[in-house]
Design a protein around this ligand. Sequence first.
Ligand code: NAG
Ligand code: NAG
Ligand code: NAG
Ligand code: NAG
Ligand code: NAG
Ligand code: NAG
Length: 424
Amino acid sequence: MDYPRLCICFLFILNFLVCLTTPQSEFRFNRCSTSGNYTSNSTYATNLKGLLSSIPTSSDLNSDGFFNASIGRNPDQVYAIGLCRGDLAVPSCRSCLNDTVQAITQACPNQKEASRGYDNCMLRFSNRNILGSMDDGFLYLGWNEINATNPTQFDAVLRDLLLDLRDRAAAGGVRKFAADVVNYTSLSKIYATEQCTPDISEMDCGRCLDMARNFMTGYATSGTVGATSIRNSCVLRFEPYQFYQPTADATPPPPEPQSPPDTPGTLRARGNNNRSRTIIAILIPTASAVLIVVLICLFIKLRKRKQRNVKSPRSTHFKAWKYWREGAGSNLIDPVLRADSGSIRDIIRCIHVGLLCVQENVASRPTMASIVLMLNSFSITLPLPSEPAFFMHSSIDPEFPLSEYNLVAKDSNLSTSKSKYAMR
Ligand SMILES: *[C@@H]1O[C@H](CO)[C@@H](O)[C@H](O)[C@H]1NC(C)=O
Ligand SMILES: *[C@@H]1O[C@H](CO)[C@@H](O)[C@H](O)[C@H]1NC(C)=O
Ligand SMILES: *[C@@H]1O[C@H](CO)[C@@H](O)[C@H](O)[C@H]1NC(C)=O
Ligand SMILES: *[C@@H]1O[C@H](CO)[C@@H](O)[C@H](O)[C@H]1NC(C)=O
Ligand SMILES: *[C@@H]1O[C@H](CO)[C@@H](O)[C@H](O)[C@H]1NC(C)=O
Ligand SMILES: *[C@@H]1O[C@H](CO)[C@@H](O)[C@H](O)[C@H]1NC(C)=O
């Protein structure tokens, strides 16, 4: 067996796990209006430049992650709206809007009206007054190509969740944002957020989110496990994995010490333990990964040594393979992670790749290039591993049934990127 190659393989897996802890804001849409152009030395250009450059440092963002302002006089008046996802901390919000300002100026160099959005924030500017009024105009719809295992059941659970979040987001105060998670099966969950710009009324927010939800369910295939629907005044998203911060990030730094009343529909910090939970959530997967890698490497080394002397006893089972084969790969994961983390499918996938790396037949072990591909893209379906080289032969049926865990692992092939885009 190729021992160094094996360990390099695990290092890639470890690297991947570490990468999981640094989420990035994914680009969603860019629209440059065709309704009017300005010239580079016009008053409109100066106004626009001034207004956009003030957004990332604006103190407006402190309280609600929302920017709304205008500058100049008709006909050169410019209006702009910036909105960060409701759970985002202020520095991340500023940084996202800063990136958006840079990018939108390059993407739409002379259009009087444009909009651009990422997972973390969106920005619109116009020569029309877009402030303070609901606009349910379409901006973006994207959805996952992976279907839930039971679409009817999935859609029912999802619908209840989305209706609940709509009401909570609309009733929100400073931030019209709501996030929640529900159990879909005992092993998979649905994470969702809904948000409106805070300058519109509760009723308008509800209408905008209804529009976003109805258009999405009418357009996207039913049973799809994740989708994002963005209109001018609201955003709706659900995924099979945790994509928002369930932590203190949601709460702006309170100007006065008195504890604010819980805004309905907002995820609020409950004491200091949120920060430590975040740290634990990052530390535990990394530490567990290191531990798993070290243990597996040690085990292989010992087994290799033993094999030279003793003819293997049937009773010896390699735990990872055994659990995997029985569809219970998650038994290898620390119970704390199992109960609390949305990354279970990622870990299962890592174990899956790990098992592929220890195939008896060298030819069926993946190459480095394909491992990198497997770890970076969830849309690639992994081959099912057969018995690893160190597994002692026994009489288990090779055609093991796909249990729920395998299905979860399959469902999760989607997570990050594979979406279809609909533009209108
Ligand atoms: C504005 O400029 C774009 C190119 O940047 C051009 O395609 C478009 O036709 C122009 N629109 C008007 C109304 O002049
Ligand atoms: C804008 O600059 C161009 C040359 O780059 C010049 O011909 C034009 O007169 C200028 N327009 C205004 C309004 O200053
Ligand atoms: C915004 O981005 C520019 C260049 O990308 C950078 O120089 C600047 O420091 C950033 N500003 C903030 C507030 O992040
Ligand atoms: C999901 O289901 C739809 C039909 O409802 C089908 O067209 C599509 O191919 C399915 N996608 C996958 C990845 O199985
Ligand atoms: C969801 O499942 C977790 C275990 O995965 C369980 O601890 C929790 O109580 C369940 N929540 C609900 C509302 O059933
Ligand atoms: C900006 O939005 C706030 C709500 O966050 C609202 O109170 C204010 O009137 C808005 N300003 C403008 C100019 O529309």
